[in-house]
Design a binder for this molecule. Structure first.
Ligand code: SAJ
Length: 415
């Protein structure tokens, strides 16, 4: 392939790294994925996947079979390194950059002059510059793009991932990308890599703006969901159907209210706004409040379920859905799981769990695996139904199927 990127290494083979690696490999580039998990590495090398994402299995299988993609526990030389590792927050909501630091320490010995390092992980403002600083300490023999004369021998850029779980393969190719170089030359080099597989526009900026752009996108969404969630509380109090209200208000040409829910989950929207709050605590007032509103919603739902359960001598409560959103298997930071866990621990009644996308509960809840059941069985037994996720199987229900039950519908599937 006539490109300066004959071989690309992707560090972190999770929900972002693996699809990215497979898509680049499908363009004929040799890709080596590096991960610390032996299970992930072995699974991928058999042409299989360890996560759920539509069509990813076929793409990985094809890429492994043609020899373009392989996984390894050990880093090896490449022209470009793309870091796609988690950036969680610590107990005090400050960002935890330890995975990024560990990834960099891992690849530092194999980095050569002319290499490009891309940070894809969502990161607080200043992290890409921090990578350059760390690299200059780990590899004092290499000139990093920090000095103003820009005589750098390696190139470093932030190109935040923006794909929606469940639509990753389409969005990886079709979304516009923000390419934030520490210097212009870094951005230029990174543009070359993304233009290999992105059909959307690649928009060039500096690393700090790219970092803030990603955080802003998710904070925008969080603030708007918080508005919907706050409306749902107000409507409950005023005895108004919030779903009908939003449908009506959204008929205004300039109004587009999002949907209330049991809270905001996933590893992005519920996390990233805190990075902005941490960087500018006195200024980020609305962003912080939105986080608090969304984080408070599960407690509100739990209290509603407790009130409903109180009407029954032997309440049997079916929680419909545990994933953080519809039609995926991802239970990370899921408000639905959080609510179910609280209901179990608070002995609110007999709890049934329905999650069509998983076979077993996460390890810390495995003693409750016997509570997992099917939708028909839950409908047969429960007197309280709590709709926590709008999975397609639940949306197929009709209100007439549940007339004998108390329904707490946090997703508005019954309108
Ligand atoms: N949610 C609501 N009401 C809504 C929309 C969403 O309660 O109207 C809830 C969902 O149920 C879920 C959470 O918010 O619990 C987040 O779901 P989502 O589908 O809005 O977003 P994610 O977390 O799957 O992916 C987001 C996307 N960001 C934006 O849409 C701005 C995605 O493009 C990012 O790549 C991803 O975060 C990320 O990795 O940062």
């Amino acid at each position: 392939m006539l490109s300066s990127f004959a071989k690309v290494s992707v560090i972190g083979l999770g929900y972002i790294g693996l699809p990215t690696a497979a898509v680049i490999a499908s363009r004929g580039v040799e890709v080596v994925g590096v991960d610390v998990s032996e299970h992930a590495v072995n699974t991928i090398n058999q042409g299989k996947i360890h996560i759920i994402e539509p069509d990813l299995d076929m793409l990985v299988q094809a890429a492994v079979t043609t020899g373009k993609l392989r996984a390894s526990l050990m880093p090896e030389p490449a022209q470009a390194f793309m870091i796609a590792v988690p950036t969680p927050f610590k107990d005090d909501k400050a960002p935890d950059l330890s995975y990024i630091r560990a990834a960099l320490e891992n690849i530092a010995p194999v980095i050569e002059k002319g290499n490009l390092i891309i940070l894809e992980s969502t990161s607080p403002v200043g992290t890409t510059e921090q990578i350059a600083q760390w690299l200059s300490e780990l590899r004092p023999d290499l000139k990093v793009p920090l000095d103003p004369s820009d005589s750098a021998e390696v190139f470093i850029a932030h190109c935040p991932e923006r794909v929606l779980p469940g639509r990753v393969l389409q969005e990886l190719v079709s979304n516009d990308r923000i390419i934030g170089g520490i210097t212009d030359r870094c951005a230029e080099k990174a543009m070359g890599l993304y233009q290999l597989f992105v059909r959307g526009e690649c928009l060039r900026t500096n690393a700090r703006t790219a970092e803030m752009a990603k955080l802003t996108e998710n904070a925008f969404r969080d603030v708007n969901i918080a508005f919907a969630n706050e409306l749902s509380l107000i409507c409950d109090e005023l005895k108004i159907n919030v779903w009908e209200l939003i449908k009506l208000a959204n008929r205004h040409p300039r109004v587009n209210i999002l949907s209330p829910g049991p809270g905001v989950g996933g590893h992005c929207i519920a996390v990233d706004p805190w990075f902005i709050v941490d960087s500018a605590p006195a200024l980020a007032r609305m962003i912080r409040t939105a986080r608090e509103i969304n984080d408070g919603k599960p407690h509100y739902v739990i209290n509603k379920v407790k009130e409903a359960a109180d009407q029954f001598k032997r309440p049997v409560i079916a929680c419909l859905g545990l994933a953080f959103k519809a039609d995926i298997d991802d239970l990370r930071e899921s408000p639905a799981l959080d609510i179910a866990e609280h209901l179990i621990n608070d002995n609110v009644g007999e709890i049934l769990l329905v999650e069509p996308n998983i076979k077993a509960l996460p390890k810390h809840l495995s003693q409750h695996d016997d509570k997992l059941t099917t939708l028909p069985k839950a409908l047969e037994r429960a007197n309280v139904l709590v709709v926590l996720v709008d999975h397609r199987q639940f949306k197929a229900l009709h209100i007439n199927d549940v007339t004998t039950k108390v329904v707490i519908d946090t997703r508005g599937i019954f309108g």
